[in-house]
Design a protein around this ligand. Structure first.
Ligand code: KG4
Ligand code: ZN
Length: 335
């Protein structure tokens, strides 16, 4: 079955073609980052309008690059939520119109399920069951995964998501949106051990997270440094490193707990923050000690993309799932 995947939940227009027999045939992404950068964050109305401009041309490009045409499509999967409602509606409208015109099934899928399953597109994908750490701009969750659709929430953030904390720290340090990769790059120039930031909620049992206190701690540190010495480039790098180390340590401690608690030997990390090199290294070191393995997607499939939606949709469509006639767009949607 040849599935077209469409992702438009936020600021990336992603399209992919997934063949349930022959794997991923192609994918393309148009990022709106430059357009939103002037505003310091995503402007929802601009995002929707740009998806309208880019989506169909991107679909046709992916099809022709793979030597296929619209008539070859046998199913269409699109992100139905969570995300920006206008942006979701664009993807849903295109998916349903194409599906109606071609007479093929259409299915709205959960964006976070897409992230969760993205590592399945790599060589040596993880077998079920596994523990998944989902770390994106809007979510920080630990999930036990026993199969497609068999998800047990083990813990989640009670306030900010890890990616959100990276983005806010970036702003405090005068870095552009999206902040995660920029904080990580600045941290590479940081001095180890100059600052020590808290590891929130690691001193009590449980698998929930909290990152808003860390954000306040960062703000206070930045302000104190600005008053004391005018916030030099070296101090900014030192703060970036201390912040990143605190997030990585916190996530690593909770992942170790989740592996021990469930007895799972496989840890999957997914979502934008899973592209972070220090996080990958920290988790791998921890997993080695437990004789466990860490799985993640290639960097371009950690952040938003069409391939993960095509894959997640394909798994569900193989099992016979499809939408009714209505477009599904659910801005807030727990997994
Ligand atoms: O999964 P994603 O592309 O979008 C959402 O579904 O939210 O995640 C985006 C988030 C942003 O907060 C971004 O700053 C963060 O992932 N991010 C990173 C890195 N790359 C992206 N955070 C830390 N280190 C990175 N290398
Ligand atoms: Zn995402």
């Amino acid at each position: 079955m040849l599935i077209l995947g469409i992702e438009t939940s936020c600021d990336e227009t992603g399209v992919a073609l997934y063949d349930t027999e022959a794997a991923l045939l192609g994918h393309a992404l148009f990022s709106q980052i430059d357009m939103h950068a002037d505003y310091g964050g995503v402007v929802p109305e601009l995002a929707s309008r740009d998806h309208v401009r880019k989506l169909l041309p991107l679909c046709d490009q992916v099809l022709s690059d793979a030597g296929k045409g619209r008539a070859d499509i046998e199913g269409i999967a699109y992100t139905a939520g969570p995300g920006l409602v206008g942006a979701l509606m664009v993807g849903g409208a295109v998916a349903h119109s194409l599906g109606f015109a071609l007479g093929v099934p259409v299915l709205g899928v959960h964006h976070m399920e897409g992230h969760l399953l993205a590592p399945m597109l790599e060589d040596n994908p993880p077998a079920f069951p596994f523990v998944a750490l989902l770390v994106s701009g809007g979510h920080t969750q630990l999930v036990r995964v026993d199969g497609i659709g068999e998800y047990e929430m083990l813990g989640e953030s009670v306030d900010d998501a890890a990616g959100e904390a990276f983005d806010k720290t970036a702003k405090m340090l005068g870095l552009d949106y999206p902040g995660g990769p920029r904080v990580a790059a600045l941290a590479e120039k940081g001095t180890e051990g100059r600052y020590r930031f808290p590891r929130p909620m690691t001193d009590r049992p449980g698998l929930d997270f909290s990152f808003s206190g860390l954000k306040t701690f960062t703000l206070n540190t930045v302000n104190a440094a600005r008053e004391a010495e005018g916030l030099t480039d070296q101090t900014r790098a030192d703060i970036a490193l201390a912040f990143e180390a605190a997030v990585v340590d916190t996530l690593t401690i909770k992942c170790r707990r989740a592996l021990e608690q469930t007895g799972c030997k496989r840890l999957v990390i997914a979502g934008g923050v899973s592209a972070n090199k220090r996080l990958r290294a920290g988790l791998e070191k921890m997993a080695d000690k437990l004789k466990a393995h860490v799985f993640y997607a290639r960097p371009e499939f950690c952040t938003d993309n069409g391939a993960m939606i095509a894959y997640a949709g394909a798994q569900r469509m193989k099992a016979g799932q499809q939408d009714g006639e209505r477009i599904v767009a659910v801005p807030r949607w727990p997994m």
